[in-house]
Design a protein around this ligand. Structure first.
Ligand SMILES: Cc1ncc(COP(=O)(O)O)c(C=O)c1O
Length: 397
């Protein structure tokens, strides 16, 4: 199988990640920080060291690594930060590029808790104009939330410029790095990013079930959940101090091990180098698709400020059918439909036609994979033009 669904999850994982997860769980798989015995202390120190390592990775406040907190994934992290920052009468500015992991928590805080939200559209190339964000700010705007890299279009947003605007206006800037962490370097201090939300299972090379937040020191986040912390058990209410403020219950230590090994892999291979290699393949893919009559590409004119994520359609064929033909006839895995980001498809007027087909390149794809994908799409496009074209493959299956 040729895997072009890396935007959904990075797969396969590097070998050292599998190995370290297995080794860690066999030898140190105890509850960290809950007890004073050696193994618990050792497990706890991996957790503490990963907080430090990821704080450095995101350019957060290195003297406050406890503000790097772990959650299940980026969706969970955003569900902590949205009600943690916003409440009745507060306004948030976000964008049409967001994943449902932002859209829905924002919609809930509006509908259920009396906040207000403005969604900024993207331009024809797939980028949000920082000026439009600035124009949308109001006296009661508390936060701006932006998807760093679109999981549908692959476009990478001008975080530095938006960060500068937020800093000037005293608004908390939250960045969803689900698609960019491990792909595009981010430096929170330089870019004026106040909160980074991340997920472990994509380009950070970790596993599913772990994500988190990196929160700068000056940002106040309300604690919104409560439970066990392993320390100060006599307290009747959840602890205020970080990391406990935003962490609850037993952490996903296998995920911590995976993220640790993922960092090792990224250090060894270099974030920029991996991205360059993926972008070379993305260019090859786009060039191949451009030569095929009947293929429509979206927002990938020159692939500048872009992830190796390409949205396309074959004229006259439902994207779901294209995905099935790629899978069944060519053993190629892609993601079709609305990609959990319905406002992107709404703005592109693709909802009625069921969205698009997304090819997302990862570090283990090869030129041969790309050639096979272009050949497969060429065959589907040729089939779509045949007058004797058979019923949809959905029906055939
Ligand atoms: C931009 C973006 N945000 C959020 C998410 C949600 O990630 P998770 O399912 O790991 O919470 C994704 C996943 O595809 C994404 O691409």
């Amino acid at each position: 199988m040729i895997y072009f669904d890396n935007a959904a999850t990075g797969w396969p994982k590097p070998e050292n990640v599998y190995k370290f997860m297995d080794h860690f769980y066999r030898t140190l798989g105890v509850n960290p920080g809950r007890s004073g015995y050696d193994l618990a202390i050792e497990a706890g120190s991996l957790l503490a060291n990963l907080r430090k390592r990821l704080t450095r990775f995101f350019g957060g406040d290195e003297d406050a690594p406890e503000r790097l907190i772990f959650s299940y994934n980026v969706t969970d992290a955003i569900n902590l930060i949205v009600p943690g920052l916003l409440g009745r009468g507060d306004h948030v500015v976000t964008t049409n590029l967001e994943h449902n992991s932002v859209i829905r928590p924002v919609n809930h805080i509006v509908r259920d808790h009396g906040a207000e939200a403005t969604f900024i559209p993207f331009n024809s190339a797939g980028f949000v104009e920082p000026g439009e964000i600035e124009a949308a700010l109001r006296p009661n705007t508390k936060a701006v939330i932006v998807n760093h890299g679109s999981n549908v279009l692959g476009t990478v947003q001008p975080i530095q410029q938006i960060g500068n605007i937020c800093r000037e206006h005293g608004v908390t800037f939250v960045v969803d790095t689900a698609q960019t962490a491990g792909v595009i370097p981010i430096n929170m201090r330089e870019m004026n990013v106040d909160v980074v939300a991340f997920t472990g299972h994509k380009a950070l090379m970790g596993s599913m079930g772990i994500g988190g937040l990196c929160v700068r020191k000056h940002v106040e986040v309300r604690q919104v959940r409560s439970g066990g912390t392993g320390v100060r058990s006599i307290e009747p209410y959840h602890l205020e101090e970080y990391p406990f403020r935003l962490e609850y219950g037993t952490p996903n230590m296998v995920g911590v091990a995976a993220l640790w090994a993922g960092q090792d892999w990224l250090d060894e291979h270099g974030v920029e180098k991996v991205h360059d290699q993926e972008m070379r393949l993305a260019h090859q893919l786009v060039e191949g698709f451009r030569k095929i009559d009947g293929v429509r590409l979206y927002c990938c004119e020159n692939l500048e400020n872009h992830l190796p994520t390409i949205l396309m359609n074959v004229e006259g064929v439902d994207p779901g059918d294209v995905g099935i033909m790629l899978d069944v006839d060519h053993d190629i895995a892609t993601r079709t439909g609305l990609h959990c980001a319905p406002l992107v498809h709404k703005q592109l007027r693709l909802v009625e036609s069921h969205g698009g087909v997304r090819f997302s390149v990862g570090p283990f794809n090869t030129e041969q994979d790309v050639t096979a994908a272009v050949d497969a799409v060429a065959q589907i496009a040729a089939w779509s033009k045949r007058p004797d074209r058979k019923p949809k493959p959905v029906a055939q299956r």
